[in-house]
Design a protein around this ligand. Sequence first.
Ligand SMILES: [Zn+2]
Length: 239
Amino acid sequence: MNDVISQLIALQKIDLQLDTIDNEIQQEQDALDQQSAMLAQREHDIDDLHEQISTLEKERRTLDLELGEELAHVKSRQSKMMQVQTGREQTALLKEIEDGKQNIKDKEEKIVAIMEEVESLTEQVTRQQELLQEETNNLAEATTKTKKNIDAISKSKQGQSSKRQKHAHKVDAKLLGKYTILRQRRHGLAVSNVLEGVCQGCFMSIPPQQFNVLLRGDRHLECPVCQRLIYHLPPDDQE
Ligand SMILES: [Zn+2]
């Protein structure tokens, strides 16, 4: 194993650990974000319910007014009944009164239906608000806990980061640049072992001649398929 490749393997090992740490931090943050999003959705749902209630109440106020007018109309028709002379006038008035009464009945039924719906929606609001309160408390707790977890993880990251710096210094600058780009493009794995002629980064076979070069152990090559820096280290020699 040549020095260059040993340095890169050591560096990658640290970098992969750092990736794990970053993932842990991200996961903690994501879980909290998800909880926040749920809370925002709940608030939105409550707003929607309020909106529905307000629309229904507006409708009910209109119906109340119309009902009052209809009642007054029927009452005035009823008092006019005393003054009419002919049978025809009487029949017409009676018809008007009957229609008026039917209108009143219809409006009253609509009002009752609206009141029932408002009641059911109001119950939903109460339930949602209780849940919101609970979730708000939970989120506050989770935020404190997450911050603590992230702080602890970040502390362990500091140690790894300074270790990384020391290792990175040893690597030739040009090679380090290549390694960095490869890691970005190859899901964090820039340096890859080749076992039985198969690159462990992309799992494709490399030409036998190249594998023979790697077997000598004094050089590293590029995988012709994934361009990762490849080397050969028998399974027994790996940690
Ligand atoms: Zn490969």
